[in-house]
Design a binder for this molecule. Sequence first.
Ligand code: SAM
Length: 279
Amino acid sequence: MGDSPVPAAIKHLGQNFLIDHNIVRKIITLAELFPNDNVLEIGPGQGILTDALCRSAGRVTAIEIDPRLHAYLTERQTQFQNLTLVLGDAMTYPIEDLPSGTIVVANLPYYLSTPILFRLLEQQHRITRLVLMLQNEVADRLVAKSGGSAYGVLSVMAQYSADITKAFKVSPQCFRPRPDVDSAVVLLRTKVRIEQTRKNRDQFASTVRAAFAHRRKTLVNSLRDQGYDQKHVVAALTALHLSLSIRAEHLSLEDFIALTHQIHGPPHSPDLRQLDQLS
Ligand code: SAM
């Protein structure tokens, strides 16, 4: 252990540090770690979760953006030979270089949760599962099913890539400083999608984004306003036996997959030998 004082929390970096060891235990149990597992932690902060991860996993890589916390953790790091501390921004860290089978465990800074999740899920073929602490409201959007107001681009894109469970809620009292909102821990088990090349994924993402671009409009009008050929969209919906007045929020994940195939053509099949290079 080093002698440096713990650096004070910086709000704009989302520094709400976990102080409840029971929540740490629940996160570790959910992650189902084994001694040969590779773990990526985003934002180790003061290291409460990092310590527990190092005790349970084979290798832990922890990326921290705050140089004060990086220095604080580096001083204490000597007790864990299996920890690699990285000073940097998780949004630019080369996730594509992670070993296959990596498990991501993180209490994410709130401001980063949605963009980093999109970034991580793009590497779903390298990541087996993710155990993430998020705002409760974001957790609800991740697991939302069609028909409700929480259902949107984030729900569809995340469910395209992973089977998602909201595991448990976490009260603001479990953090210092206390956040203004409730949090929740979610488990995302990534899906193995053989057809998920970069091209197929991009086509799916642009269809979903265009569909939700004008939530109040019908799907036909929303897609048209985003540059899709209206006749093409009408033909696609007709072929799928979907109403021409349907709105995006009433399409299930399977409907979106089928719609993408109708609009863009059947999925491109990758050369299986190159699967590891898909990103
Ligand atoms: N894991 C610690 C815990 O559970 O107490 C800290 C969690 S705190 C909610 C989020 C952490 O992410 C902070 O340490 C913050 O400095 C760090 N952070 C914020 N933005 C980051 C970024 N872009 N890349 C890496 N770390 C970041």
